[in-house]
Unconditional design. Structure first.
Length: 113
């Protein structure tokens, strides 16, 4: 599979590609998107045993990437849920306080009439 970055990528795709490349640069540099096209030439003379070993390394790297991405997405989902909960609670408290102030103002005006 050859990957050629294009200007047609969405922002999300670009972020994912950058994350993937940063991750693979640490785990398995051959799998960085810019390097994938050169892998076959780089290893053209390797033995079948070496190719099998390399394939196993690549499979582990992809599995680790998938696990890391899943874990990160789960954490972000949790963080977003917590942020939404906190924002709603803050809005509710602010809204309740404003409503209480309005009701007190109406009560005061009614008592003055």
């Amino acid at each position: 599979m050859t990957h050629t970055p294009t200007g047609a990528q969405t922002g999300d795709q670009q972020v994912l590609l950058e994350f993937y490349d940063a991750f693979m640069a640490m785990v398995e540099p051959d799998l960085v998107s810019a390097n994938i096209a050169t892998v076959y030439e780089k290893y053209k003379d390797e033995t079948d045993a070496d190719r099998t070993t390399r394939g196993e390394r690549y499979a582990k790297a992809y599995d680790l990437f998938a696990q890391t991405l899943d874990s990160l997405l789960d954490r972000w989902k949790h963080d977003v849920a917590q942020f939404k909960k906190h924002a709603y609670e803050e809005y509710s408290q602010t809204n309740a306080s404003e409503e209480k102030g309005r009701l007190q103002q109406i009560d005061t005006e009614l008592q003055q009439s």
